[in-house]
Write a protein that binds this ligand. Structure first.
Ligand SMILES: Nc1ncnc2c1ncn2[C@@H]1O[C@H](COP(=O)(O)OP(=O)(O)O)[C@@H](O)[C@H]1O
Ligand SMILES: [Mg+2]
Length: 469
């Protein structure tokens, strides 16, 4: 029996020609042993395998034999989908998960919240590994295992009716697809850490580009007087001060006055991504203005009120922040609904997380006084992570765990690794005559097929999921 990946030209064909007609029969399953298009809470996945003939075994034990399978388009890289897939496995609490685009196929195992890659091979070679696959997720193997567990626990349920309540229709797995909620509200997301150089600006710029790429309408607000984001989105192309057209219309104007200047007047179209992204620039003058603004309580809420006027124009607003605990960082957190905290997870940055936490708590009190909801911390985003294999195997998991255990903060599943392409995209220049001027690009414009682009795409998907979209 042979399979050729080129038989599958789209995701549907991966489902039918590879999974249903080839893989599952090879593993001993018949059509009665699986369900397609299964939905659980807000998760939808392609296949759920439940071997028939386990009726008398309680659901808790039987679930050890459940396998989910996700099919992807043959042209899509599996790497992009792995963080989301891992979260599915954790949420569904099934033991095994298979993900494939027919070109490649991987098997993951979920055990006590840890997820391991067990097998991986090219689709065209799978028949060479039949035995291996069968030994792990073959129907017979799984049924025997589950029966053994049930026996050892003495929990074979005699009454069929009782166990029926755990069958597919009555359990919370539903076999129908529900329409997604299309009505979307503008989400304001601050990207903040009080330490510099952890990847805040890189995250704002490329995460925004990834979402725009997926069809979202985006506004970026730069609240850092260093104006790195303003530069990175291509709004600071001037080479000397005379061309500085940002001075007269930037974020400070929004903050300084309640009546004058609206978001619409100050926002500009950016050039760093081919999708439409607007941005509100920062300016070095923010530094000088801070002293006077600190005493003006109203300056803290103006940006938030002005954003409410454009709530139908954007899906996401990203606010980039200064690496400090100053007024502008405060304004960002007052204005935002959600927070992402990039961190390189190095001990020094992690110590800083304590400051971030107490800063947020303090500002949440202010928010409450203003009648706003507290900020929702979406998580720490591992950023600028070394690609070293040993580090990834031994150190990274410990550092990730410590964010949850020691700092009690949520964590993104996606890691943003240290990649030269990200820095190069930012430093890109063009020549106009003999003048070399900056022409920064998003990673998607600079190198769409890079690993960095795939990581930001995965991050965008994870963000949407965290936001319940
Ligand atoms: N994942 C990454 N890989 C490689 N270089 C990165 C990465 N993230 C950021 N950098 C580089 O590190 C420097 C600091 O990043 P930046 O995003 O400006 O951090 P922050 O805004 O927190 O100060 C920049 O030169 C940027 O190009
Ligand atoms: Mg920055």
């Amino acid at each position: 029996m042979k399979f050729l990946p080129r038989w599958c030209r789209n995701e549907k064909e991966v489902e039918s020609k590879f999974i249903a007609q080839f893989l599952l029969p090879m593993l001993g399953y018949s059509y009665q042993d699986w369900y397609q298009e299964v939905r659980y809470k807000n998760i939808r996945f392609d296949f759920l395998l439940i071997p028939m003939g386990l009726n008398k075994i309680p659901f808790k034990i039987k679930r050890n034999a459940y396998v989910i399978i996700e099919a992807k388009h043959p042209k899509e890289k599996l790497d992009v989908h792995i963080p989301k897939f891992r979260r599915y496995l954790k949420t569904l609490k099934v033991r095994y998960g298979v993900i494939t685009n027919a070109q490649e196929i991987r098997l993951y195992k979920c055990q006590k919240n840890h997820i391991y890659l067990l097998l991986q091979c090219e689709g065209k070679n799978i028949y060479q590994y039949v035995v291996k696959w069968n030994n792990i997720i073959g129907k017979e193997t799984l049924m025997n295992q589950v029966k053994m567990i049930a026996k050892s626990k003495g929990s074979i349920v005699k009454d069929d009716k009782l166990s029926n309540k755990y069958t597919i229709n009555q359990s919370s797995f539903q076999t129908s697809i529900q329409p997604l909620n299309k009505q979307q509200q503008m989400k304001v997301i601050a990207v903040y850490h009080n330490k510099g150089g952890v990847g805040k600006t890189t995250t704002v710029v490329n995460l925004a580009a990834a979402l725009a790429h997926q069809g979202a309408r985006i506004l970026i607000i730069d609240l850092d007087s260093q104006a790195n984001t303003t530069f990175a989105v291509g709004l600071a192309k001037f080479t000397d001060e005379i061309d500085d057209d940002l001075k007269d219309s930037n974020v400070i104007h929004l903050i300084k006055s309640s009546k004058k200047y609206s978001i619409k007047e100050v926002a500009r179209k950016t050039s760093y991504s081919k999708d439409n992204i607007d941005a509100i620039p920062a300016h070095i003058n923010l530094m000088n203005e801070e002293r006077t603004l600190v005493d003006v309580a109203a300056s803290r809420t103006r940006l938030k009120y002005k954003l409410a006027e454009v709530k139908d124009d954007y899906d996401y607003v990203f606010i980039d922040t200064p690496p400090s605990l100053n007024l502008y960082a405060k304004i960002a957190i007052i204005t935002a609904d959600y927070l992402v905290i990039p961190s390189d997870l190095k001990p020094f940055a992690n110590e800083g997380l304590k400051n971030v936490k107490s800063f947020i708590e303090e500002i949440n009190d202010d928010k409450e006084a203003f009648g706003f909801k507290p900020i929702n911390v979406l998580g720490v985003l591992p950023s600028k992570i070394s690609g070293n294999a040993k580090f990834n195997q031994y150190t990274l998991p410990k550092r990730r765990d410590s964010i949850i255990d020691r700092y009690n903060l949520p964590l993104f599943e996606t890691n943003i690794y240290e990649r030269d392409d990200l820095a190069k995209a930012f430093d890109k220049t063009i020549f106009v005559g003999d003048l070399e001027i900056p022409d920064p690009k998003s990673i998607f414009e600079f190198k769409a097929d890079s690993m960095a682009a795939a990581e930001f795409e995965a991050l965008a998907l994870e963000l949407k999921e965290k936001l319940g979209e």
